[in-house]
Design a protein around this ligand. Structure first.
Ligand code: ADP
Length: 873
């Protein structure tokens, strides 16, 4: 039926789809019990066939399970999407095409390997919602579903990771990975392997979030009062004289005059001195002053600076800007300056996801970033056609002379839409702007829902978004807030019913429910006050959570579940009709209207906003309202656009809708895209160096953690240490030097009979090696016997303890040095030399030093472990 729409890449799957649809008829006749046994049968098939050969049977089985659980019949495009995921690619599918089910299908197929499948979402709300749906489906198939929640302890997490399919957020995945690599006992490990991941909204995670690494940090010993001083100095520096702002890279450049001024105030010779690095503090203070704005880039909540994600508009609780920037902002806002943190472990999302044997993802918008996915992640993007033809009209941009005119025009547009009742979604790029528009709408007396990163709004996010398609609804949303919830014209009957039910129960407890609509009142009356008070014992505070659970199974008695379920179903039926009628009216008005208020830093994000309209063939339209004072045009547009406007010499409140301008705008936007791509690429190249080192250290650490016989490891370390020092010994001809090197071995190995040393000087180094290794083994055996007498098993315990402790300590120090190295490479000028090559070389040396340090310290400590035994008891 849709064949004419399919491009070549997709049409090759048609036969498979037809086969699945045929097999489906067979499985529809199976009893629930027989269907349940099919997972086992598929696993057996795997011993004779390849995974690809069992796709038709497997997909037909899950299609039937989905039908039984949800009453939904899979669209062919969903099946194709699932095949793409299984092939380890990105399926580009528009909003509302049913990606949640697509992930379920591909996850089922790959769960047959018994190695666990991860489905990764951008927030916990979505993970929970999708896991609940999956549970309903997999009830029919004997597959277990796990979910990782933020407040879970290690034991719970481990259990959830053991499930066949686990839902979790990208940050839980990352932090669990880092924590696992800091565990000091095997029992603390929670993750299994990184086998197959399906990343929902993959562009948001791998591109938008790729610039900030995940960091686990702990307090450092470094306490400084430089922040306040730097803030004072920054306030004395003049823009464009002492320093300049590079808008493009959001950076500050000090002028010669500025540098001199700082050095004079501080009474130092070199602002850039690595041993006393003031420059970092000054630059951060200037950045805080000029580039980071309250209520745009951050908010203050409970006396803390909380980051606002520039792409989603969400607040990022618990995340801090690194390298002292956060402290500089605390100083600027006169908040308590938190102790500098030391990075204990960190990883970027890029490298985290590259750990998977197979990676795949879904999103509505990936095509524009196709090259980046390919180059950095080796991921192909396949565009899946929509189930129904897209009926959205993307209207040409309107460009105003000033920002003021633009916002007036947007407000007027909202006014017009509100008059006729057409639902409208306005996307803004910051909290500040969303509030600005809100204030104009207030004046015009237009009701609206405001969705931004402010904590008081965030919990209602998906509720508001799901109702944004109702009549007379104007929704203002920062960027992509509420992602993952699609906007259904006429409203979502399930969510309205849930809200209704929740409100009703809450109101009974507060005894003040008055609802105007009799029909709904009738339905809700079935749940009388006594029933609720006596049986459910609901506590007001966590009412929403409880209702969530009530409606999704768990812990309530069957009779109660049935009564609530019945009422809920009646409400859904009622609202189904109600919303359907409203939907028809809205379709006549043209569907959802999306207004963009600024072009974003990439076309992809503009497309995300547009994509909220026109789901499943619904009508809809989108339009961007821009002004010459918009950031993107000011920074990247050049003079061309404003000259053109001047020449045209037109009225301020008349917009331009011109193809020529559109071209310039597109090219400005492409420049921004290219710029950020370069930033991410550079980050990736630098990060690659540390990533290889991390892999090496983590692998070694895991080997030790899982080993029950660490003696070999210690002896191996000791032997390498001896060899390394003897190599140096061979390379020097200076006798004092030689003697010092031998001393070093004596000290590290804690050898007692120093008298024999004179005899050694005349020996060949291979004989020396034999001698020291012999001494090592003897001393080690003696120490082991001695310690084992004190407490059996003590030696092994100590070995493991020292190994892990020293690896962790050295790695943390190393991370700090690498950071300094990166900064100093940025400051130094290398002439013709490529800074990346320089970075790689120096990073390698640092790494070798770290490894040597670990080996030597572990041996040194273990050979003196007598001192420690008293601590151990
Ligand atoms: P996406 O993530 O692609 O925006 P969702 O998975 O959130 O889409 O699904 C959007 C809506 O479409 C949901 O309400 C879902 O129940 C519905 N849906 C999904 N698949 C089907 C189908 N095959 N037939 C009818 N409705 C479907």
């Amino acid at each position: 039926m849709f064949q004419f729409l399919f491009n070549n890449k997709v049409s090759q799957y048609q036969n498979t789809v037809q086969e699945i649809n045929k097999l489906d008829i067979k499985y529809s006749k199976y009893s629930n019990n027989d269907l349940h046994k099919q997972t086992e049968w598929l696993k057996k098939q795997l011993s004779e066939k390849t995974i690809d050969e069992i796709i038709p049977e497997c997909f037909a089985i899950i299609k039937e399970a989905i039908k039984r659980a949800t009453n939904l019949i899979l669209f062919d495009v969903q099946i194709i999407g699932a095949i793409i995921l299984h092939e380890g690619k990105i399926a580009e599918m528009k909003t509302g095409e049913g990606k949640t089910l697509v992930a379920i299908i591909a996850a089922y197929l790959n769960s047959l390997f018994n190695q666990g499948v991860h489905i990764i979402t951008v927030n916990e709300y979505l993970a929970k919602r999708d896991a609940n749906l999956a549970r309903q489906v997999f009830k029919y198939l004997n597959i277990t579903i796990g979910i990782i929640e933020q407040n879970m302890n290690l034991i719970q997490r481990k259990q959830q990771y053991q499930a066949d399919i686990t839902y979790l957020t990208n940050s839980e995945l990352g932090f669990d990975y880092l924590r696992d690599n800091m565990a000091i006992n095997k029992k603390e490990l929670v993750q299994r392997n990184f086998f197959f991941a399906i990343v929902d909204e993959i562009d948001s995670i791998l591109i938008d979030e790729a610039r900030t690494p995940l960091i686990i940090s702990g307090p450092s010993d470094n306490i400084t009062n430089k922040y306040i001083k730097a803030k004072e100095i920054a306030n004395n520096l003049e823009l464009n004289q002492d320093y300049e702002i590079d808008e493009k890279s959001k950076n500050i450049i000090l002028s010669e005059q500025g540098i001199n001024k700082c050095e004079k105030i501080l009474n130092i010779n070199n602002l850039y001195d690595i041993k006393n690095p003031w420059v970092k503090y000054i630059i951060n203070a200037l950045k805080a002053k000029n580039l980071f704005l309250i209520n745009k880039d951050y908010i203050i909540k409970n006396n803390e600076i909380v980051i606002v994600d520039e792409f989603t508009g969400r607040i990022m609780e618990g995340r801090r800007w690194s390298d002292g920037l956060h402290q500089a902002i605390e100083a600027k806002e006169n908040q308590k300056i938190q102790q500098e943190n030391k990075t204990l472990a960190s990883i970027t999302y890029q490298n985290l996801f590259l750990l998977y044997t197979k990676l795949s993802g879904m999103t509505g918008t990936a095509k524009t970033e196709e090259a980046e996915f390919d180059k950095i992640y080796n991921l192909q993007v396949i565009e899946i056609p929509t189930n129904k033809k897209n009926n959205r009209k993307d209207l040409a941009d309107l460009i105003y002379k000033t920002e003021y005119n633009k916002w007036q025009a947007i407000a007027n547009e909202c006014f017009d839409m509100y008059q006729i009742g057409r639902p409208t979604l306005v996307g803004t790029t910051s909290i500040e702007k969303s509030e600005f528009l809100a204030s104009i709408l207030n004046k015009l007396n237009i009701p609206y829902n405001l969705l931004n990163a402010k904590p008081e709004n965030i919990s209602r996010e998906s509720e508001i978004i799901s109702q944004a398609g109702r009549k007379f609804t104007i929704t203002i949303a920062t960027n992509m807030a509420g992602r993952g919830t699609d906007i259904i014209l006429g409203g979502n009957p399930y969510i309205i019913s849930k809200i209704e039910l929740t409100n009703y129960i809450q109101s009974i407890i507060m005894q003040k429910y008055i609802y105007m609509n009799n029909e709904i009142n009738q339905i809700l009356k079935t749940l009388d006050a006594n029933f609720i008070n006596n049986h459910l014992k609901i506590n007001n505070n966590n009412l929403n959570d409880i209702i969530d659970e009530l409606l999704n199974t768990r812990n309530i008695q069957n009779t109660e579940r049935q009564i609530i379920g019945d009422v809920y179903i009646q409400l859904v039926n009622y609202y189904n009709n109600f919303c359907e009628l409203e939907k028809q009216e809205i379709i006549k008005l043209g569907g959802l209207y999306v207004i963009g208020t600024e072009r974003h830093e990439s076309r992809r994000i503009d497309n995300q906003l547009r994509g909220r309209s026109g789901r499943q063939g619904d009508p809809g339209s989108s339009r961007f309202f821009l002004s010459l004072q918009d950031n993107l045009i000011k920074t990247f547009g050049g003079n061309q656009i404003s000259k053109l406007m001047e020449n045209l010499n037109i009225d301020e409140d008349i917009p331009i809708e011109s193809m020529i301008l559109n071209k310039s705008l597109n090219s400005a936007q492409k420049k921004v895209e290219a710029y950020f791509y370069d930033v991410r690429k550079q980050l990736f190249e630098y990060d690659d160096v540390i990533n290889n080192q991390r892999q090496a250290i983590y692998t070694e650490r895991k080997r030790i953690l899982k080993s029950i016989y660490t003696r070999d490891c210690i002896l191996e370390y000791a032997e390498s240490t001896i060899e390394e020092i003897l190599n140096k010994y061979d390379r020097t001809s200076d006798t004092t030097n030689k003697s010092q090197l031998l001393d070093q071995i004596y000290i590290i190995l804690n050898l007692q009979n120093t008298n024999s040393k004179n005899r050694l000087v005349s020996m060949q180094s291979n004989n020396l090696k034999i001698f020291f290794i012999e001494q090592l083994r003897i001393t080690y055996d003696l120490r082991e016997t001695y310690l084992e007498q004190l407490k059996p098993g003590l030696m092994r315990q100590l070995e493991k303890y020292y190994l892990l402790q020293q690896i962790d300590y050295a790695w943390q120090e190393h991370l700090e040095k690498m950071l300094l190295l990166k900064e100093s490479i940025g400051w130094r000028s290398y002439g013709q030399q490529d800074p990346l090559t320089e970075y790689k070389n120096e990073a390698f040396n640092l790494f070798i030093n770290m490894v040597t340090y670990i080996r030597q310290t572990v041996i040194y400590l273990i050979m003196r472990s007598r001192l420690i035994t008293s601590l151990d008891s």
